[in-house]
Design a protein around this ligand. Sequence first.
Ligand code: UD1
Ligand code: CA
Length: 457
Amino acid sequence: MDRFAIVLAAGKGTRMKSVREDVSKVSFPILGRAMVEWVLESLKALNLNQIVTVVGFGGKTSEALAKPYGEVVWQEEQKGTGHAVMMAAPLLENKEGVTLICCGDTPLLTSKTLEALLSSHELHGNALTLLTANVDDPRGYGRVIKKNGRVIRIVEQKDCTPDIDAIHEINAGVYAFDNRELFRYLKRITPNNAAGEYYLTDIIGMFVEDGLKVSSFSIADVAETMGVNDRYQLSVATKCMRERINKRWMIHGVTFEDPDTAYIGPEVKLSRDTVIRPNVHVLGKSFIGHENVIGPDTYLENVRVGERNTIICSHLVDTVIDDDTHLGPYLRTRGGAHIHNGATIGNFNELKNTDFGEGSHCLHLSYLGDTSVGKDVNIGCGTITANFDGETKHPSEIHDGAFVGCGSVLVSPVKIEERAFVGAGSVITDDVPSDALAIARSRQENKPGRSPKAKKD
Ligand code: UD1
Ligand code: CA
């Protein structure tokens, strides 16, 4: 049977209370991935025939997020979930098959659950199967009304009477529909309810009245059904997602000293015997090899880390680190830095677009930008590459075995060649040849007795 999906992502997300007009609720990120992308990733794994995302409020952002997964249709005015599904009619209406409808604000749903829902739907030959859950706190959700164990309709929170309000079985907002029946009945729903919206959930009662087969599919892990409507729920969903991800890596052989303060993104890969210490973020497309110690207090984004490195209290973005390095505390790297085997880069240093060679050292308070540093180089405390002349950036080269004395400024473009030695406090404007000693500072003059503190007797 052909399988389609519609993702509802047009809503304003009023309860997020954002002041921005260009950001939809479904584009709020969880561990660096937008909520709607989490949903679309789960759908992608099901190999469906077609995925249609409905965007509207802040739709340009949502459209860009959803495009890679399938088609996008616009709901210019948000008149409710039923109205949103109607927007997909031109693409799907006449097709034979089953249509999965998900909300873009339920990021915790797994493909396993969605597959189970579809299979149950197809197995029982239903016209509609809806995902439900028994939750402790059902407030805000549509309640499932049953008669003799069968679903007869859904009542939205705003339309609840006190007895319905007490029902704990909720509509998760995920449905498997017979596609043709879905679009046939959508034409009949009206906005006669407390919110004045076209509720998709009204179709359920209509199906039941007309004798179409409706079943509920109850999910054991209720956390999966969580809808994110406000920023508190966003934080709860983020916590759930973190727990899932961290648990998976722990089972895989990664140590987390404090999983409650570890934020590992969905596209990150960790390897065995690596230790994640407290307060660590690893985000983006990062790869961390074996036996590294990361943290505490470290942020890594789009980094590739080899093996046996220690990275303490540092902020590394778009960086490659080979093996056996010691980095931090307080190192910042960005813009395509590459740190080779056995390097040590310690306290309060910044590397931008810099290649830092094997076994080289840079232990304190330096800035290296657009620089290539060879092997076994020593960069003294407080070395600065002056790589920007106000208009353009220029490169610096520091070759194998060179030594740059403390407090030097290398005015780029400039080369310090093999084994050259730069005296402390130099301002280097010209290349230094191999094996040369360069001193570029004015000579010291001592004036006897002229100290203001000198003894006056
Ligand atoms: C909806 C369900 C409710 C269910 C809950 C599960 C309806 C009427 N209610 O309520 O039964 O328990 O989800 O989380 O369906 N959207 C649009 N266009 C619109 C309105 C909404 O695309 O005009 C999208 C939103 O972006 C969101 C989704 O539909 O992703 C759900 O909308 P929301 O307003 O959050 O519905 P709930 O009140 O949570
Ligand atoms: Ca919702």
